[in-house]
Every structure is written in C-alpha cells, then in structure tokens.
Design a protein around this ligand. Structure first.
Ligand code: SF4
Length: 346
C-alpha cells in the first residue's frame, strides 16, 4: 500500500485540485495553507471553519505531518535538537536532525537549522553526519516539515540550511521548500542562509538566477592539500575556483558570501593558516565566520583554545577581512551536527 499524498508535497494550485477532489471548495485550499503555514495549525481538527466531514476526510487523504519525533534534547541555553523519523513502506525510516537555536537576546526570535539530506556524501572527517554516508535526498515535504516542527518549538526569525547533508546536491527539492518558507511562512530571503562546500560549476549556474537565499561556503583551510583531507568530496577542486565562484555570486546577486571555517585545534588554527587565509580573502566582498570545533565522541579532533581562535580572528581582521566567531550553542546536548542521529543509528 502506497503512502497518501501529503499537503506539504503540494503547490498551492495542486492543493486546490486535491481539496476539490476531496469534496471541498476551491477557497478551502487557501484556508488550509494559511492555517498550516501562517498560523502553525498542524491538525485539521483545529481548522474549525471547515466542515467536520471535510476535516475527517483531509486527515486521512491529505495528511499534514508524516514524520515522528523520536527524540528531543534541550540544552541549558534552550537550544532544542529534534530527531525526526520519516516513514518508509518497509518499516523504520531515515532519521534526520533539526535544531531550534534561541537568540542570545530574549526579545528576538530563534534560528532554525535544518537538514537537506539523510546522511552526507561529502564525508568531512570531523563531522558525525558524514560518517554514515548518504542514504538519500530529503523531499520538499520533509524539509518543510522540519520548519513546521521547529516553529512549534518557538517563533523563528531566520534559518540556516546547515544541518545534515550538502544542500547543492538536493537543490530542486530544497528550492521548492524554501519558496514555501519565504512566501507562506514569511521568512525573507535575507534571513535564509544555505551552507555548501561550494561546487563552483553549480554555483556559477545558480548565481545568475538570483536564488532567494544567502550563501555560506565551508572552506575550513586556505590550503588545497589540506582541504582534500578535510572536505574529501572536493579533493580535486582548487580553492581558487571556489573563491572565483564566490566572487561571481556577489557580482550576480549583490549578496556577500560568508566563508565558514571550522577551527580544529592543532590542525587548521595556526598563524600560517590565518595569514594565508587573509591573503586569499583580502579585498574580496566576504565575511569569515570562525566556528570553534565541537568535539564528537570518539574522533581525533580537538576543540581549539579560545586564545588561539581570537588570535586567528585578529590576524584576519588585520588583513581587513570582516571576521566573526560563532561559539557553539548547546554544548551539553550532543550539539555537533549529526551526533544525535549517529547515536540513535548505533
Ligand atoms: S560538515 Fe557538512 S558537508 Fe561535511 S560531512 Fe558534515 S554535513 Fe556533510
């Protein structure tokens, strides 16, 4: 028996066709989508302007959420990590993570970090998500479901596609999901950041289309030979090609790139690294975001010292590169990307 069509897999036009086929009026489609995407109503029984009969039929024939929250870990600072399982006809389905990160400022809404794939083919050695390989791409419905579940934890101001997976390898489904996030959930393009390891050919094709999101590229080192080790799927792609694609992105979209740099203690945090990175980025319209590494159980990498990270940032700033440091949130709750899933799969 196949799974029913789900609301989150449908466009507004397709929703209308489906609702009419189930006995509703065309305008009911808008009522339903507004209830789900704007008001956060996740069950038809809450939509009391629809007849009881239609609500019952919709619940069976056009389900809203199809995943199951199998674990939830809340850190002392309120960071909430959800482990979600999506159903599969032959039994237990894939697990993915979504993280709701409250703002430092209690008056401001949170950021949601979502996953784009089940597992990741890039296989960075410091990342729990890469350890189990790629199982499959997430569908648009599964990506949107993360937003609805995340917003149920608390209001969202912004989002980063920085969880499990490489977003540019699942761009069709991701773009469809982000259209709903922008147009129906009200999170603007400037508040959406997609983080990639930076495939130059894909970026060069994509940037003239001015996609509705900001771009972050994970660099992690200024040296090609070391990047081949830290980002194995990009071993044959020179960093200079990635930076060129980043410059073109800025020319085409007018939006600056953020270069993400996970700082691994004793590996890529030396003065030689910061000096060379500064030379590569000097004069470019870009920002560097340093992310001190979050240790993953049983791996060989270490968290850098605060002094080393700050010295690294100072060196970049001396080269006139705008630099921020993102100290990880939720260190007491399997905070690094993919750790919860790795533990559950084991
Ligand atoms: S760090 Fe990102 S790109 Fe690398 S394996 Fe993890 S999820 Fe994939």
């Amino acid at each position: 028996m196949s799974n029913p069509v789900t609301l989150l897999a449908l466009s507004p036009e397709e929703t209308q066709e489906r609702v009419v086929a189930l006995g509703g009026k065309p305008f009911h489609a808008k009522v339903i989508r507004t209830a789900v995407f704007s008001k956060g109503q996740l069950e038809y029984k809450e939509m009391t302007s629809l007849s009881a009969e239609l609500r019952e039929r919709l619940a069976v024939e056009l389900p809203i959420l199809v995943g199951r929250e199998v674990d939830r870990v809340v850190a002392r600072d309120g960071t909430t990590k959800l482990l979600i399982e999506f159903p599969r006809e032959d039994g237990r389905g894939p697990l993915i993570e979504t993280v709701h990160i409250p703002s430092h400022d209690p008056a401001k809404d949170a950021t949601l970090c979502v996953s784009s794939q089940v597992g990741c083919p890039v296989a960075c050695p410091f990342c729990a998500s890469g350890r189990l390989g790629l199982e499959r791409n997430l569908t648009r419905a599964e990506i949107i479901e993360q937003y609805l579940r995340g917003r149920a934890v608390g209001p969202l101001a912004r989002t980063v596609v920085m969880g499990i997976g490489e977003p540019l390898l699942n761009l069709v489904e991701l773009s469809a999901a982000l259209t709903v996030v922008r147009e129906e959930m009200g999170i603007g393009a400037r508040k959406i950041t997609v983080s990639t390891v930076g495939f130059p050919d894909r970026l060069e094709k994509l940037s003239p289309t001015k996609p509705g999101f900001q771009l972050a590229i994970s660099l992690h080192t200024p040296f090609d030979d070391q990047r081949a080790v830290l980002v194995p799927a990009m071993a044959k792609i020179p960093i200079s090609d990635i930076l060129r694609a980043g410059d073109k992105w800025f020319q085409d979209t007018g939006r600056q790139i953020t270069y993400e740099y996970v700082v691994l203690g004793g590996v890529n945090d030396t003065q030689e690294h910061s000096k060379h990175l500064g030379e590569r980025l000097r004069g470019r319209r870009a920002t560097v975001n340093l992310i001190p590494y979050n240790p993953v159980e049983g791996d060989r990498f270490q968290r850098p010292s605060r002094a080393d990270v700050e010295a690294f940032a100072d060196e970049l700033r001396d080269a006139h590169v705008v630099t921020t440091i993102r100290w990880s949130r939720g260190l007491d709750s399997d905070a690094a990307c993919g750790q919860l899933r790795l533990r559950a799969e084991r």
